[in-house]
Design a protein around this ligand. Structure first.
Ligand code: KG4
Ligand code: ZN
Length: 338
C-alpha cells in the first residue's frame, strides 16, 4: 500500500510517499523559515498562503522522485492537528480533494503521533513498548507508548516547551529565528560550566518540566554582563552552552526517572529538539547500557511529510479512515487517541 503523507501544521510543507512493503519511497520539504524570519516568528496567514503555493508542486515532486503516477497511490494521510488552523486546512483540503478525485481513503493524522513514530522510519527501528521523550517547539512530553494509539502521558512542560525556550533565549541573545539550531551551534564554542544556571524541577518527584524560569535566568545573566565586545561574544557562547546543558540535564534526568518508574528499556527521542547533538550525546552516555535509545534521522526530527505518511499508513492498514468532511483540530491532546 502506497500512502501519500501531507504535513502543513505550521511553517513547513512536507510531502512523502511511504510504501508498506518497501518503506519510504520519496519525500520533499519546503521550509518557510526565511518568510517568517523577518517577523521574528511564524505569521499564520503567511504560512497558510505559502502552503497553498507549495502543496501541488511538492506532490508532483515526490511522485517524480519515486517514479510513480498519482494513480498508483492507495491512500492519503494528512496532519489534522494540532497546529495552526489555517495551515492545517490547506493540507486537509489538498488531501480530501485528491482522495475524492482518485477515489481513495484519506485519514487525518495527529502531528505528535507522527513525531513519536518517526524513528520507525530508520533501521533498526524501535519496537513497542517504549518511552518517548517528545521535544518540539510546541511540546515537551514524556509518553509511555504501549502500541499504536496507546499513549500514556507521564509528564509534560507546565510552561514553555524545550524548543520554545531555546528559541526565546536565542532571540534575546540576538541569534534570530528560529534560534534553536543557532543557539546549539554557538554552544559548541562555549564552556557549559561557565555560567551557573538552574535545573528547574529536576529533583522534584513529578515528571513534569518547566523551562520558563531557566530562560529568564539565562536572559537575566545576559543583561547583567558588562565587558568589552570580545569578552561579550565569548560570554554569549558560554551562556548558550550553559543553557543548552541545563535543558539537556533536565530532559535526560526526567527521562531516566520515567524509565525507572515504568521499567521500559527503550527510549525514543523525537521532535525538533531531538536534532540537538548535546542531547543525543548525553542520552547515549548517561542512560546506561541497559537502555536502547532511538532517534529519527536529522531531517525527520523537525516537521516533515514522511512521519505523517508512516503514521497514516499504520492506521490505514488497520482499516481506519476519516469521513469526507474537511475538519481540522488545532488543539488535540495526544492522550485522546488512546
Ligand atoms: O518538531 P518541530 O519541527 O516543530 C514543532 O512541532 O513544534 O520543532 C521545532 C523546534 C524549534 O523550537 C527549534 O528551535 C527546535 O525544534 N530545534 C532545535 C534544534 N533543531 C531544531 N533545538 C535545539 N537544538 C537543535 N539542534
Ligand atoms: Zn512538529
Amino acid at each position: 500500500m502506497i500512502t501519500l503523507g501531507i504535513e502543513s501544521s505550521c511553517d513547513e510543507t512536507g510531502l512523502a510517499l511511504y510504501c508498506t512493503d518497501n518503506g519510504l519511497l520519496a519525500h520533499a520539504l519546503f521550509s518557510q523559515v526565511d518568510l517568517h524570519a523577518l517577523y521574528g516568528g511564524v505569521v499564520p496567514e503567511l504560512a497558510s498562503r505559502d502552503h497553498v503555493k507549495r502543496l501541488v508542486p511538492l506532490t508532483r515532486q515526490v511522485c517524480h522522485s519515486a517514479s510513480i503516477t498519482l494513480s498508483e497511490i492507495d491512500a492519503v494521510a494528512y496532519t489534522q492537528g494540532p497546529g495552526l488552523a489555517g495551515a492545517l486546512l490547506t493540507g486537509a483540503m489538498m488531501a480530501r480533494g485528491l482522495a475524492w478525485a482518485l477515489q481513495l481513503p484519506a485519514l487525518g493524522v495527529h502531528h505528535l503521533e507522527g513525531h513519536l513514530l518517526a524513528p520507525m522510519l530508520e533501521t533498526p527501528a524501535p519496537c513497542f513498548p517504549f518511552l518517548c521523550l517528545l521535544v518540539s517547539g510546541g511540546h515537551t512530553q514524556l509518553v509511555a507508548v504501549a502500541g499504536l494509539g496507546q499513549y500514556q502521558l507521564l509528564g509534560e512542560s507546565i510552561d514553555d516547551a524545550a524548543g520554545e525556550a531555546f528559541d526565546k533565549t536565542a532571540k534575546m541573545l540576538g541569534l534570530g529565528y528560529p534560534g534553536g539550531p543557532a543557539l546549539a551551534a554557538l554552544a559548541e564554542k562555549g564552556d557549559a560550566s561557565a555560567v551557573d544556571l538552574p535545573r528547574p524541577m529536576m529533583n522534584r518527584n513529578t515528571l513534569d518540566f518547566s523551562f520558563s524560569g531557566l530562560k529568564t535566568a539565562a536572559i537575566t545573566r545576559y543583561k547583567q554582563f558588562s565587558g568589552n565586545a570580545e569578552q561579550e561574544s565569548q560570554f554569549i557562547a558560554d551562556l548558550a552552552a550553559s543553557f543548552q546543558q541545563a535543558v539537556v540535564d533536565v530532559l535526560i534526568g526526567k527521562s531516566s526517572k520515567a524509565l525507572q518508574r515504568t521499567g521500559l528499556q527503550t527510549l525514543v527521542i523525537s521532535g525538533g529538539v531531538s536534532a540537538n547533538s548535546q542531547l543525543r550525546k548525553s542520552a547515549d552516555e548517561l542512560l546506561g547500557a541497559d537502555v536502547r535509545v532511538f532517534y529519527p534521522r536529522l531531517e525527520f526530527c523537525t516537521d516533515n511529510g514522511a512521519m505523517i505518511a508512516l503514521a497514516g499508513a499504520k492506521r490505514l492498514l488497520r482499516g481506519e479512515k476519516s469521513d469526507l468532511s474537511v475538519s481540522v483540530k488545532p488543539r488535540w491532546p495526544l492522550e485522546s487517541l488512546t
